[in-house]
Design a protein around this ligand. Structure first.
Ligand SMILES: *Cc1c(COP(=O)(O)O)cnc(C)c1O
Length: 341
């Protein structure tokens, strides 16, 4: 038996490293609801600078930063254009509708994760009392591990702005996209009025997201954050981990991309497995025979590998998955499918 579990379910499962824990332990703190926490303030200033915005706001989760953004951009009866597969539509419990009285207008994502420009155009409602007021175009990058092209983003955000919309980026994994494309974080967020970035995904912090945007937007967002229960007190303990992540864990995302590619390549040589598309970043999808799911789940468990097993399943690499772990995973899958039929 190997001495550690390999967890390929998500990049949210990372353990804070000892250096990150040391940064947390040494963090100077204050009451952030009073704006007194120097470490939170430093994280917010750092994030605003790195991503190219006037100001930033630290919040407990990406679900909350996305919701705050929509609640600032939209009033009651307004709507946002969003991909069918987008987190801000599909995976946030309908929060914008439930808590914000904001209507989503979901639009099909194309195979590359983008929303066709013609569809964006077509779904912008005219000023008519029958319709919700279209206020926001919300995109996600990366989406399902796919990177949106910079030309596409430029065209989509230009179109939105020409039509009077605000643009919001769910950039939970925008650092993966920037590293993959070899562009700066500012280039990766160009065209978006506001962006939400997760610190707790591939960047390896235990908790938190930052929302970036204009000063006035962030001031208004602070009010919603408090109402939503996101006003934290000595949050510098958590912000210190986020700062550490921004300072140390961005460039290394390239390793996760290399590991995902190696894992996909190894699994692709197994006849029963179909890789949906070669991974662009740290997330990819594969199909396995439905009848193999249950026994595979058990086999992985025995070998101390955690994965969300299904006929179409997702595998995710992150900073606690090494190249050796990838090799071990490929061997376990290979051995399983050799015996399986
Ligand atoms: C994880 C994630 C979020 C926010 O998630 P939290 O778990 O609430 O921090 C938002 N968007 C995307 C694309 C995500 O993957």
């Amino acid at each position: 038996m190997s001495e550690h579990w390999i967890d390929l379910r998500s990049d949210t499962v990372t353990q804070p490293s000892s250096a990150m824990r040391a940064a947390m332990q040494g963090a100077e703190v204050g009451d952030d609801v009073y704006g007194d926490d120097p470490t939170v303030n430093r994280l917010q200033d750092t994030a605003a600078e790195m991503f190219g915005y006037e100001a930033a706001l630290f919040a407990p989760s990406g679900t909350q930063t996305n919701l705050i953004a929509l609640m600032v951009h939209c009033g009651r009866g307004d709507e946002y254009l969003v991909g069918q597969e987008a987190h801000t539509f599909k995976y946030e419990g309908g929060g914008a509708a439930v808590l914000g009285s904001i209507q989503p207008q979901p639009i099909a994502n194309q195979p590359d994760g983008s929303i066709a420009l013609a569809n964006i155009e077509a779904y912008i409602k005219p000023d008519d009392i029958h319709f919700a007021r279209t206020r926001v175009l919300a995109l996600e990058n990366t989406i399902g591990g796919r990177v949106l092209g910079t030309d596409y983003i430029a065209a989509a955000t230009r179109l939105a702005h020409e039509r009077g919309l605000v643009t919001h980026l769910d950039g939970a994994r925008i650092c993966n996209a920037a590293v993959k494309q070899g562009i700066s974080l500012r280039e990766a967020t160009a065209g978006f009025d506001t962006v939400s970035v997760c610190l707790s995904k591939g960047l390896g912090a235990p908790v938190g997201s930052v929302l970036c945007g204009p000063k006035k937007f962030i001031e208004q967002g602070k009010r919603w954050r408090k109402m939503l229960g996101g006003g934290m007190r000595q949050a510098g303990i958590l912000a210190a981990a986020g700062l550490y992540a921004l300072e140390h864990n961005i460039e290394r995302l390239a390793e996760d991309h290399v590991n995902a590619a190696a894992l996909a390549k190894g699994l692709a040589s197994i006849e029963a497995i179909r890789i949906i598309a070669a991974p662009q970043t740290n997330i990819f999808w594969l199909d396995i025979p439905a009848a193999a799911c249950e026994p595979l789940r058990a086999a992985l468990e025995r070998e101390q590998i955690r994965a969300t097993v299904g006929p179409r399943m997702r595998l995710v690499t992150h900073l606690d998955v090494s190249a050796a772990d990838v090799e071990r995973t490929i061997s376990v899958f290979t051995a399983f499918f050799k015996d399986w039929q």
